[in-house]
Design a protein around this ligand. Structure first.
Ligand SMILES: Cc1ncc(COP(=O)(O)O)c(C=O)c1O
Length: 401
């Protein structure tokens, strides 16, 4: 069976994680641990090309700290993509702000300068620009619009580590950007996030916030253990009956929970600490090579898919990181997913991919997302996928529509 996702680990990582868990710490001198965290932040800042990077325990927390620093508060509006991860929405509630969705482009699945412009009001305090599935949005267009109105832009780079626009990494355009290191991200540290910015005061605020979170490795280890069990079940062929059962429309929530539970809840807000920094530093060294491999698989699928299947369009001048491979079908995706399962391929549909946040926020004026949401399908894309498997995925999808 070809799984839809596979958390990246380096050889020996499970052993390292178990060892750190037994000690419930990294077992190093505090000064050395602090150094490791600083090294990870500097390496990440260098990778993206911004002066400062500061680590924190999740992408969501990173996002909240940025908006708070920008002064977003009670009664303010923030324009967000109509198609994104709905678990970011409570962050706006906490700030007392209102998230206002901007519809997406049916070719790139990103929000557009025109859809953002239609949402600007005198209460708009910020714009959240996402590069969905690693494909950059029209960040120049959005920045021009935002600058004309004097509104700051925050980049959501949860999917786009390694993507760029005309040679400049995503994350370098807005007032600040944030990344996520959750288990299916290109750099997986079993949770965590990073803020990238030019403003040293924001970096200091993020770091002091991280220091006030409690220490502890157990929640990180629990996440790792869940990922390990998922991989063992796949390897033993035991995931298939479960997935086939959960692919029944009546059990949709069960499938959502299976794949989103670990990501959705921030169970315990522990400090982002040295062991995770160690994982990050390790995985950064293989990032380029892993992206190349993913892009080769994406090319195979793109070249073989039937012309009626629309592959997410990459705008000219953009380089992508191959975070995900999402297509728009000419028909509803849920029955096709079931057909794919019969062929031994696990793919994601509807809220297992991302969410219709316009609907979640109670807006009925985002026609593109409500039209295409049921027809989106995320094909397997991860570091273990081979070109041969990618070919099998594409041929199986052609035969399933
Ligand atoms: C688009 C998007 N934004 C933000 C986040 C939040 O990141 P985290 O889960 O680290 O809080 C995610 C998580 O997957 C995401 O997909």
């Amino acid at each position: 069976m070809i799984p839809r996702r596979w958390a990246h680990t380096y050889p020996g990582e499970w052993r390292d994680l178990a060892q750190w868990n037994r000690r419930d710490s990294f077992g190093e001198e505090p000064a050395h641990e602090q150094q490791l965290l600083s090294r990870w932040e500097s390496a990440f800042a260098k990778q993206v090309g911004r002066p400062h990077a500061a680590a924190i325990n999740s992408g969501r927390k990173a996002m909240g700290l940025i908006f708070e620093h920008l002064g977003v508060g009670q009664g303010d509006e923030v324009i967000v993509p109509a198609y994104t991860f709905k678990e970011i929405l409570p962050v706006f509630d906490t700030l007392g702000a209102k998230a206002v969705p901007a519809d997406i482009d049916p070719e790139t699945f990103n929000m557009t300068p025109a859809s953002v412009e239609g949402r600007i009001s005198d209460r708009t305090r910020a714009i959240l620009a996402l590069h969905i599935f690693g494909v950059p949005c029209d960040i120049h267009g959005i920045m021009n619009l935002a600058n004309r109105h004097g509104i700051p832009v925050v980049e959501d780079c949860a999917h786009s580590l390694g993507s760029s626009v005309s040679g400049t990494s995503t994350g370098c355009f807005g007032s600040a950007a944030f990344y996520s290191f959750d288990l299916i991200k290109l750099i997986n540290t079993f949770g965590g996030g990073m803020v990238l910015m030019d403003d040293a005061a924001l970096a200091a605020r993020v770091r002091s916030c991280n220091q006030t979170d409690p220490e502890g490795f157990t929640p990180v280890y629990r996440k790792a253990r869940a990922a390990r069990i998922e991989q063992l079940l796949f390897s033993a062929g035991l995931m298939y009956p479960l997935l086939y059962l959960l692919a029944t429309p009546a059990l949709k929530e069960g499938m959502n929970r299976l794949y989103r539970r670990a990501q959705s809840t921030l169970r315990s807000a522990v400090r982002y600490d040295a062991p995770q920094a160690q994982l990050g530093l390790h995985k950064l060294t293989t990032l380029e090579q892993r992206i190349e491999m993913r892009l080769r698989c994406a090319d195979v699928m793109r070249s073989l898919l039937h012309p009626s299947i629309h592959v997410q369009r990459v705008p000219e001048g953009c380089e992508v990181c191959g975070y995900a491979f999402v297509v728009l079908l000419p028909c509803p995706a849920a029955p096709v997913r079931k057909q794919l399962l019969l062929r031994g391929i696990d793919a994601a549909v509807e809220g297992e991919i991302m969410d219709d946040c316009a609907a979640a926020l109670g807006y009925d004026d985002c026609p593109v997302i409500s039209d295409i949401f049921p027809r989106l399908l995320a094909l397997p894309m991860h570091d273990r996928l081979s070109e041969k498997e990618a070919e099998r995925v594409a041929r199986s999808l052609n035969a399933s529509i």
